[in-house]
Design a protein around this ligand. Structure first.
Ligand code: ZN
Length: 119
């Protein structure tokens, strides 16, 4: 795989992971809403309401647990991907102007576009 293909692959993975992390966060919020509604249902009293409340709270806790697990899992993956991305970005020196990989050796100017490489 070329550096560019790897970079594109990593960026795609990062987008995926971010999306999944957001889904996890949404699960936590939804779970919270379910638990909240369940508590309100229960406060209203009555046998039927109690059963509905327990079901809602159970679903809410499940969603929250799932959401926390997913968010943590993908947050960890995200961190690893960023590390990989940083490694990749620093492994090969690139021209800051045209982005082409620079051949080994030191250049004062980019051999492709002529941009100054002095920092
Ligand atoms: Zn260049």
């Amino acid at each position: 795989m070329s550096e560019e293909a790897k970079l594109a692959y990593l960026q795609e993975k990062i987008n995926d992971v971010k999306r999944n992390e957001r889904t996890g966060a949404l699960g936590i919020v939804m779970g919270g809403v379910f638990v909240g509604v369940g508590i309100v249902f229960n406060a209203l009293g009555g046998g039927v309401n109690f059963l509905a409340a327990i079901s809602l709270i159970a679903v809410g806790i499940f969603l929250c647990t799932f959401g926390i697990y997913a968010a943590e899992h993908y947050a960890g993956q995200y961190k690893n991907l960023i590390i990989e991305l940083e490694k990749l970005a620093t492994s090969v020196p690139k021209c800051p102007k045209c982005g082409k990989e620079l051949p080994k050796g030191t250049f004062e100017f980019c051999p492709f576009c002529g941009a100054s490489l002095k920092r």
